[in-house]
Design a binder for this molecule. Structure first.
Ligand code: ATP
Ligand code: MG
Length: 603
């Protein structure tokens, strides 16, 4: 059961999951915009660009444009997956295009490892960016020339000034929630003076921190973000894309709206922390549209609540800490909430898309229960995962009357459906013989109340095989059980006439000693014992679950041993498992537990 990469070779993104999509406030906004023709007049110059570039283009074939703008400074996690499914999903559903833009305006070493992992993660989730399957992502640093032009325009139009207060003075003069700010003594410089000084900043005449370019809005605004925010700073640093061309770099709050506008984004969707930035977003784009630099109508920003998932942390910094300190085996450790980790754990793109649809988008902070994510995975895997029998904690069962009934080395062919509800998937074959592996917990010398499995004198069915009657067990000197003994009841083989004449209350799974294959099985559990490991500044390391990984030597039925890496199964009675994408090899099986059969998180 391998899952082919669902990215289609065409320009379109993968088909939407079948389920009817619940509406949400963003869908409402888009539907209203489409009905009102808000963006109908937009043109598209074929690539990002200024007003003139788009004016000579065609009417935009994309009805809406959204974007996903990661900083390439870490691996994407389940929170990013929500944002990806949202932005790419809205574009797909409304005849639009979603852009992938690397937000690389900070002059820091670009890590190709992160860039590539982000591209892979989005393709794996089933989406294509920028309107084609193999399009190159956009890069914010490609817009530096325009951003500088915009800065000069603001200066010339009297909307920006070079401030040379010290950082401390600037901070003190900003005021706070109850106290209006104080104008900088540099605020009254003329446009000509500001322009000359800005060019000196650009030309490297000033050291880092000596001056900043600030928008000139209002130091009395109740919104602190409008109190003449800094838009350019001096930083003598090399940039991976532009080299040493620049020693001044735009601030995020200035760069981001411009990036959106150059790309003709219609709906710029971000998390709620940016709500207070929206007035500046609009102020800036209005000024640049007035100046004729940017095409109208300009993009609009909408905010939604970021994903908080119980038992999970999603800060890149804290995830890096887990990796760097060796608490997990890397970014793709199956316990990590990164997309590579979820993938290796056995999550499917379909299950993550389903999860994103199910949790929806709101403007209220809330915690989503981890069981919701697991539920989506079970829902996706149950109808398609092949079944198999596996013994995770093996003890040998010996059929003491086998020699008399069948002959010592005789083997009896057994069969079971690959999937109970999909007969077209065929049957799997394995052999019953004198010696079988069963779960150690399926035998009790003295059965607790309600125990229906093996204990002396009790009968159980070995699934897809025969009914047996337990005769006891053999122990070593330490009292440790080494063998369980039972006798086979003749004429009880599953699927043969009259096989159910002997009634039993217990059915147990097993694997033949003769044809079972030894496998390493990694039993993963939640990484933290605290449902909100880092809430309120808590030390998340304090609640690391010491039992988040238990590796066992198991036996698997022959059909499982030769599967391909990434193949997913339901191990009967045990849950969903995946052949590990790094360590599994056909014949040398390694499986990861994805999740149990039922929700156990509440307990
Ligand atoms: P961090 O703060 O851990 O570095 P980030 O949010 O700064 O993460 P970016 O690379 O800037 O990471 O994120 C890219 C996009 O993903 C942003 O648009 C952001 O809103 C979105 N995003 C990040 N985390 C979440 C989350 N937990 N839920 C929903 N969206 C998220
Ligand atoms: Mg960020």
């Amino acid at each position: 059961m391998s899952h082919p990469n669902p990215a289609s070779p065409s320009a379109a993104s993968a088909a939407a999951p079948e389920a009817v999509k619940p509406s949400n406030f963003l869908r409402q906004i888009i539907e209203n915009d489409l009905a009102a023709g808000t963006y109908a007049s937009r043109r598209w110059g074929g690539s990002p660009g200024d007003a003139a570039h788009h004016a000579q283009g065609q009417p935009d074939p994309a009805k809406i444009r959204t974007r996903f703008p990661p900083e390439p400074n870490g691996y994407l996690h389940v929170g990013h997956a929500k944002s990806i499914c949202l932005n790419f999903g809205l574009a797909r559903d409304y005849g639009g295009v979603c852009h992938l833009r690397f937000d690389d305006t900070n002059p820091e070493k670009e890590d190709l490892e992160y860039v590539n992992s982000i591209r892979d993660a989005i393709h794996w989730l089933g989406f294509d960016w920028n309107g084609a399957h193999d399009a190159e992502p956009y890069q914010a640093s490609d817009y530096f020339d325009f951003m500088y032009r915009a800065a000069e325009y603001l200066v010339q139009a009297g909307h920006a000034y070079v401030d040379e207060q010290t950082p401390d003075e600037m901070r003190a003069n900003r005021g706070d929630f109850g106290k209006p700010g104080v104008d900088s003594p540099f605020r009254t410089r003329t446009p000509a003076e500001n322009l000359a000084r800005l060019r000196e900043m650009r030309d490297g005449k000033l050291p880092d921190g000596a001056a900043v370019l600030r928008a000139k809005i209002s130091m009395a605004s109740p919104n602190i973000n409008l109190r003449d925010p800094a838009i350019y700073r001096i930083k003598h640093a090399e940039h991976h894309n532009t080299g040493n061309k620049w020693c001044i770099y735009p601030m995020y709050t200035f760069a981001h709206p411009i990036e959106d506008a150059l790309e003709q984004i219609t709906h710029s969707i971000c998390t709620l922390e940016f709500e207070d930035q929206r007035p500046f977003y609009d102020w800036l784009l209005e000024r640049l549209c007035e100046g004729g630099l940017l095409a109208q109508p300009h993009p609009r920003q909408y905010e939604f609540a970021r994903l908080n998932l119980t038992y999970v942390i999603t800060s890149k910094r804290k995830l890096a800490h887990l990796v760097n300190d060796g608490h997990v085996a890397g970014w793709d450790d199956p316990r990590m909430p990164t997309i590579v980790g979820l993938r290796r754990r056995g999550y499917t793109p379909e299950s993550i898309q389903l999860f994103a649809e199910r949790i929806g988008v709101t403007k209220d902070y809330s915690w989503i229960d981890y069981s919701t994510l697991e539920g989506c995975l079970r829902e996706d895997l149950d109808p398609k995962a092949a079944r198999g029998m596996v013994v995770l904690d093996p003890v040998k069962l010996v059929i003491t009357n086998w020699d008399t009934l069948h002959g010592k080395d005789a083997l009896d062919d057994c069969a079971a459906p690959v999937h109970p509800h999909q007969p077209e998937l065929g049957k799997r074959a394995f052999k019953f013989g004198k010696e079988l592996w069963i779960e150690r917990t399926d035998y009790e010398e003295v059965p607790p109340k309600g125990y229906h499995r093996l204990y002396p004198g009790n009968k159980v069915r070995l699934k897809y095989g025969h009914v047996i009657e337990c005769k006891g067990a053999v122990k070593d000197a330490n009292g440790h059980i080494t063998e369980v003994h039972a006798e086979l009841i003749p004429d009880t083989k599953s699927g043969t006439p009259g096989s159910d004449a002997v009634k039993v209350k217990g059915v147990i799974t097993w694997v033949g000693v003769n044809d079972g294959v030894a496998a390493e099985v990694r039993l993963y559990d939640r990484l933290f014992t605290d449902p909100q490991p880092d809430a309120g500044g808590k030390d998340f390391l304090a609640s690391l679950n010491p039992e988040s990984l238990k590796t066992v030597s198991a036996y698997v039925e022959p059909a499982l041993a030769n599967c391909e890496a990434d193949d997913k199964f339901q191990f009967e009675r045990h849950g969903y498992f995946v052949a590990d994408r790094k360590d599994h090899a056909p014949g040398k099986p390694v499986f990861n537990r994805v999740t149990g059969l039922k929700d156990s998180w509440g307990k």
